[in-house]
Design a binder for this molecule. Structure first.
Ligand SMILES: Nc1ccn([C@@H]2O[C@H](COP(=O)(O)OP(=O)(O)OP(=O)(O)O)[C@@H](O)[C@H]2O)c(=O)n1
Ligand SMILES: C[C@](O)(CO)[C@H](O)COP(=O)(O)O
Length: 220
């Protein structure tokens, strides 16, 4: 069975908006609804688990009513960090395959989801990445910096898809600040990570500029 944990427990501080960014509209619809729909469109029987801060549950359920949003999903509490939100979501996951996806990446295509789930059946741990297209400098102190070889780096996206037994074992670990995504947790557990090509349009909505970019991506 396919599962997805959509992590929507963040505060969105860099957006600077009153409401966390996952509830803001892009193309006339809340970001989180678009993200849920992306997974439903990929697999109508996928189990959708959304990690949501307890203080926004009521807001979310009012939004769903207001928009007539009917894609079935289960809600768990968000945690103190993304790591803790994923851990809460994993409580509901049984055997099979599990994607972890940022609520604020609403433009992942069905074809990207298929690529990631298909590859996970072979490699057990799969993440989408894209090339770095700008030059890259490493900062050392306040004024010093040096150029680095950008061909050695990739930018990491979600969905990150795993055999669920593997992800659950990896998430038994204690929290570390180096766990910025799920592949870092699985890698620390000792399993290799397989990379697939991500999508430039699969942006993580982080700042107000990204909402404008989102409208462009949607062609609005
Ligand atoms: N305690 C947390 C923190 C983050 N997330 C989720 O992890 C994803 C990626 O995190 P990020 O873009 O950093 O979101 P925020 O933490 O909300 O943003 P900021 O760092 O600007 O506050 C988001 O979908 C966010 O809701 C989560 O579920 N639980
Ligand atoms: C998971 C992630 O989106 C992969 O790029 C990213 O690590 C989240 O980082 P953030 O620190 O929560 O913005």
């Amino acid at each position: 069975m396919n599962n997805v944990i959509i992590v929507a427990g963040g505060k969105g501080l860099r957006m600077g908006s009153e409401l966390p960014k996952q509830f803001l509209n892009v193309g006339g619809k809340p970001v989180l609804m678009r993200t849920i729909e992306a997974f439903y469109n990929f697999d109508k029987s996928i189990r959708i688990i959304v990690a949501l801060s307890a203080s926004y549950r009521e807001h979310w359920s009012k939004l769903c009513k207001g928009y007539g949003f009917s894609v079935y999903h289960e809600v768990v509490d968000g945690g103190e960090t993304r790591f803790h939100s994923v851990k809460n979501g994993l409580e509901l996951v049984g055997e099979g395959w599990v994607a972890v996806h940022d609520a604020v990446r609403p433009f992942a295509s069905v074809s990207l989801l298929k690529t990631c789930f298909d590859a996970a059946k072979e490699y057990k741990a799969v993440i989408p990445v894209i090339d770095v297209t700008d030059s890259l400098r490493e900062i050392d102190g306040e004024n010093d910096s040096k150029i680095v070889d950008r061909s050695k780096y990739r930018m990491v996206q979600t969905p990150q898809v795993f055999e669920s037994v593997l992800l659950k074992k990896a998430y038994d670990a204690d929290f570390s600040e180096y766990f910025t995504d799920d592949s870092s947790v699985v890698e620390a557990y000792g399993h290799a990570i397989h990379l697939v090509e991500g999508e430039r349009t699969n942006i993580k909505i982080t700042t107000p500029f990204d909402l404008d970019l989102g409208e462009v991506i949607l062609g609005k």
